[in-house]
Structure formats: structure tokens, C-alpha cells
Design a protein around this ligand. Structure first.
Ligand SMILES: Cc1cc2nc3c(=O)[nH]c(=O)nc-3n(C[C@H](O)[C@H](O)[C@H](O)COP(=O)(O)OP(=O)(O)OC[C@H]3O[C@@H](n4cnc5c(N)ncnc54)[C@H](O)[C@@H]3O)c2cc1C
Length: 252
């Protein structure tokens, strides 16, 4: 194995590992990283069987926080996630110093309403953004949609509740649970709920290109399908050269 390049990688120390469900975890780590923008991702790395394995993960914490946080799901036979779950306090977790990615508010054109649509661990970058001042100053209303299979997978509810209390009337949190019935979440999937307008009814807001910006993160099938449905509603993909309304990040 080549030596780890410490100009690019910071030797972080784990300060906490929180288990939410059998497969969902958050890891907190202290590491010396370069400034990043809320919504960006960095890479985490570990030496596994003599090999350095690195994977991208979104920051959950806002920029400037002393402790870095990452939210991940274990993947069966996934080389890195199988090892992340065995971390203990004070263990080494390498963090790439320089962050990357365009799922940031700097990329989002002005609008009245911001829709943040996440599946599973894709909620992470939105939590980072919502813990900064910018979205609250820029958007009248923000809708945070979190789509999961089981209600127990709706992590970070205390964080979201605290944000709702800090910004009364500005944040709508809409959970979707697809594989069990609940008395509080929408059932089924996000694209279908856009088609039949049940998402807009739940939010009390219409989605249209004059009002809305949408950020979508997580499972690529959901990202593609939601993006396609939003395009049928007149929203356009947001690109640097041709600004639009839909900004996406795929996790695989
Ligand atoms: C820009 C970017 C940001 C990412 N941020 C995160 C994050 O914040 N949290 C996170 O858990 N993952 C995130 N990922 C995925 C992450 O990098 C790893 O792929 C994942 O943690 C699995 O690592 P692994 O080595 O165990 O398995 P891998 O060999 O990397 O993955 C094996 C397979 O697992 C599936 N998979 C990967 N990630 C997920 C996931 N999040 N949910 C469900 N299935 C998945 C895919 O089918 C993938 O092909 C991100 C990926 C990208 C490209």
C-alpha cells in the first residue's frame, strides 16, 4: 500500500458512532478539513486488509462545526460500510480535506419555495444546508421530504423538529414511508405523489417553475423518476450554463 497522502487526507479521530436502526448509523469525527459549502460531500477512508478504501459521504454538520458528522447505511458486502460500523471512540477515520459537489445553495437560482427531496441517507446534505442561515433568508417556505421504507428509518427527527421551532411557519417536513402504514407519513413514493398532487396538498404549496426550486438526493432511481416528473410539470434541469429548477445528486 502507498503511504496515505496527509496533504490531502486528515487523520480524523472518531468521537461517536450512533446506531439508528440495524443498518443506519451516524459517525462523528474530529478532523482538520478545509472549509466546505453546506450540501457538499467529502471522502472517508480506512485501511482495510492492507488496502486504503475511500468512499464519498455528504457532510451532515454545517460548515464551521467542530465535530464532523456523516450519516450512512450499511450495504451488505459493502467494503467500507461493513468496517465503519465497527469504529470506536478514538479510532482513526481518514477524512479528505477538500470537499466537492454542487448540491449547494450557491447553485440554486432565486425562488420563493425550496423543495428538498431525499431518500434514505440522502437527507444528510439537506440537514447541513438547513443548519445554516442562508436558506431561511432566501426562501419563504422550505419543504423537506424524507422517503424511507420503514418509519424507524426517519432519522434526525429531533434536529428537524428543532429547526421547525427555530423557523416557525417556514419549514414543512413531509415523511414518506413505503413499506408500512403509519398515521403520520405519506405512503408510497415521491414521484407518484407529485403526479397525483398529494405531495403539494400535504405541503400546502404548488410546484411550478415560477415558484419552485427542487433539490433531489439519494437513490438514483428516485432521483431520475422525480426529476422526470418535475420536468413534465415545466421545471427544467439546473445547469451552470442553463439555469433551471432541478438540482440533483446521486449516491450510486
Ligand atoms: C456524491 C456521493 C455522496 C454520498 N454520500 C453518502 C452518504 O452521505 N451516506 C451514505 O450512506 N452513502 C453515501 N454515498 C455512497 C457511499 O459513497 C458508498 O457507496 C456507500 O456507503 C457504500 O460503501 P461500501 O464500500 O460499503 O459499498 P460500495 O461498494 O461503495 O457500494 C455497493 C452498492 O451499495 C449500494 N449503495 C451505495 N450507497 C448506498 C446508500 N447510501 N443507500 C443505499 N444503497 C447504497 C449501491 O448499489 C452500490 O453499488 C455517496 C455517494 C456519492 C457518489
Amino acid at each position: 500500500m502507498k503511504p496515505i497522502d496527509t496533504t490531502r487526507w486528515s487523520e480524523g479521530k472518531v468521537t461517536a458512532l450512533r446506531q439508528w436502526t440495524e443498518a443506519l448509523y451516524s459517525v462523528q469525527v474530529q478532523a482538520d478539513v478545509e472549509p466546505f459549502q453546506a450540501g457538499q460531500f467529502t471522502k472517508l477512508g480506512m485501511v482495510i486488509d492492507g488496502e486504503f478504501i475511500e468512499r464519498p459521504y455528504s457532510y451532515v454538520n454545517p460548515p464551521g462545526a467542530r465535530t464532523l458528522e456523516f450519516y450512512f447505511v450499511t450495504v451488505p458486502d459493502g467494503p467500507l460500510t461493513q468496517k465503519l460500523t465497527g469504529l470506536h471512540n478514538a479510532d482513526t477515520l481518514w477524512v479528505k480535506r477538500k470537499a466537492a459537489g454542487f448540491l449547494t445553495l450557491a447553485e440554486i437560482p432565486p425562488a420563493r419555495h425550496l423543495w428538498m427531496l431525499a431518500t434514505g441517507t440522502g437527507i444528510g446534505p439537506f440537514l447541513s444546508i438547513l443548519q445554516t442561515a442562508e436558506p431561511w433568508n432566501r426562501f419563504e417556505r422550505i419543504v423537506l421530504v424524507h422517503a424511507v421504507r420503514f418509519a424507524a428509518e426517519l432519522s434526525y427527527r429531533e434536529t428537524i423538529e428543532a429547526l421547525r421551532e427555530q423557523h416557525p411557519g417556514q419549514l414543512e417536513y413531509i415523511p414518506f414511508v413505503s413499506r408500512e402504514d403509519t398515521d403520520f407519513a405519506l405512503s408510497g413514493r415521491v414521484p407518484a405523489a407529485i403526479v397525483d398532487h398529494s405531495l403539494e396538498q400535504a405541503a400546502g404549496l404548488a410546484i411550478n417553475p415560477d415558484l419552485s426550486q427542487a433539490m433531489i438526493c439519494g437513490n438514483p432511481a428516485m432521483v431520475d423518476e422525480t426529476s422526470r416528473i418535475l420536468q413534465e410539470r415545466g421545471l427544467l434541469r439546473n445547469r451552470r450554463r442553463t439555469p433551471g429548477h432541478i438540482t440533483v445528486e446521486n449516491y450510486w
